[in-house]
Design a protein around this ligand. Structure first.
Ligand code: GP9
Length: 408
């Protein structure tokens, strides 16, 4: 496993010679991890109205990655947090937050703290859920704002509505008055089963009314409004111009009734569509003054988030262990899913239950339309995906980073 990281290091370090490295040194970083927020609602309309008008506008002013994938497994929201903050794969069973919270990882808060950042995490739910209290302590956050720190003045779903959550979070950041800051905010209002109060259901979802997908679309619209308010609030508080805003969805919505999606899209969905609908979550980076806005088609995943932050802030990946590669780097990479599937932007591999490559589905993404192709085109990638997952598991299960450090 140690050799694997040595090889990966060369790819990770490539960013140090690339554009944008360190160009946003010292800027605040605000990350929004949005509950069950998937790409398929972005840019879409229903009943003649855009579902996500605020996000669509923001995406136009940001670096947008349409081929960004979540890589989570059983640990759901905690896996998304682990992937994005600590740049490691989730476990095949259970949650690393629960099973290995005492291990040594190089996660975003400790990396940024070493650069003088004030680091906080904000989530309006029980601090013990997903073992966050312990894991966040280990990740070296300066403070974890949990349900005890919020006034439940907008009760929605499991706890506080995202509109109020963001408003109170910005107030918390203002009160800390620390610069620069790194803050991770974890939303909750769009949690399964997506039942919003009637007053918060703004869209006419037509045929989907009364279905779980209809409720999901309403919840996505609510989150969109909350993000719109957040941006407005950051502007009013004078934080917008010196803050990098990152937004991503944590995992899929667990709705697998494909008839509902066919109603939503007004067309049949293929087997490949299904896999991609489930795995694609939006990701964008808004830089001050809308700089470098545009679409980056690279296939990237949650595991690449912290390296991307380091790229923008000019923090060397040397001596910092993680498996991801900056999304802004030209270094070649593929996105590995916990089931052994992967995509490198050229091919997309969906494994079969027996894991044999010849029985899986290998799609070529090179032509106008994706097309099934010979399994051999995915063989090397599938082998390397397997290796990545097993390296990650070995490191986590045996707490190997301190061992690697001693060997250095
Ligand atoms: C609860 C929230 C939900 O704190 O993060 O987690 P999930 O059920 O989506 O994994």
């Amino acid at each position: 496993a140690s050799d694997w990281f040595k090889q990966r290091d060369a790819l990770r370090k490539q960013m140090e010679t690339e554009p944008l490295f360190g160009q946003y040194k010292g800027k605040n970083v605000l990350v929004v991890q949005a509950e069950a927020f998937q790409t398929f609602v972005i840019g879409q309309s229903i009943g003649g109205e855009e579902i996500t008008p605020n996000l669509n506008k923001l995406i136009g002013q940001s670096i947008y990655f349409p081929n960004f994938y979540h890589q989570t497994a059983q640990g759901r929201t905690s896996d998304a947090d682990f992937l994005t903050s600590c740049s490691m794969h989730p476990l095949p069973t259970g949650s690393a937050f629960i099973r290995f919270a005492a291990n040594e990882f190089d996660c975003a808060p400790s990396i940024l703290k070493s650069q003088g950042y004030d680091t906080t995490v904000h989530h309006a739910y029980d601090g013990s859920f997903w073992n966050r209290n312990n894991m966040y302590h280990n990740m070296d956050y300066d403070q974890f704002y949990n349900i005890k720190d919020y006034n439940i003045d907008e009760p929605i779903g499991w706890s506080l509505g995202d509109v109020s959550f963001f408003r109170q979070t910005v107030a918390q950041l203002k009160e800390r008055n620390s610069s620069p800051f790194y803050a991770l905010t974890i939303t909750l209002s769009s949690h399964h089963p997506f039942k919003l109060p009637y007053a918060n259901q703004e869209l006419n979802v037509g045929e989907l009314q009364g279905t779980i997908l209809g409720d999901y679309v309403q919840a996505a619209r609510y989150v969109d409004s909350a993000v719109g308010d957040l941006v407005q609030n950051l502007k009013e508080e004078g934080l917008w111009d010196n803050t990098i805003l990152m937004f991503y969805g944590d995992h899929d919505n667990s709705v697998y009734d494909w008839k509902l999606y066919e109603t939503f899209f007004g067309r049949p969905v293929s087997e490949l569509d299904k896999d991609r609908i489930v795995r694609q979550v939006p990701f964008f980076i808004h830089l001050p003054n809308d700089e470098h806005a545009g679409v980056n088609e690279k296939a990237v995943g949650q595991i690449d988030t912290t390296p991307t932050i380091m790229h923008l802030l000019g923090i060397s990946p040397e001596d910092r262990y993680g498996m991801g590669i900056s999304m802004l780097s030209q270094a070649p990479k593929s996105v590995v899913f916990r089931n052994g599937g992967f995509t490198d932007g050229q091919v997309y591999y969906v494994p079969s239950a027996d894991g044999l490559v010849e029985n899986g589905s290998c799609y070529s993404l090179a032509g106008e339309e994706p097309a099934l192709t010979d399994a051999t085109a995915c063989a090397a990638g599938a082998q390397s995906a397997k290796m990545d997952l097993s390296v990650s598991d070995r490191v986590i299960e045996n707490d190997l980073f301190p061992v690697f450090r001693k060997e250095e």
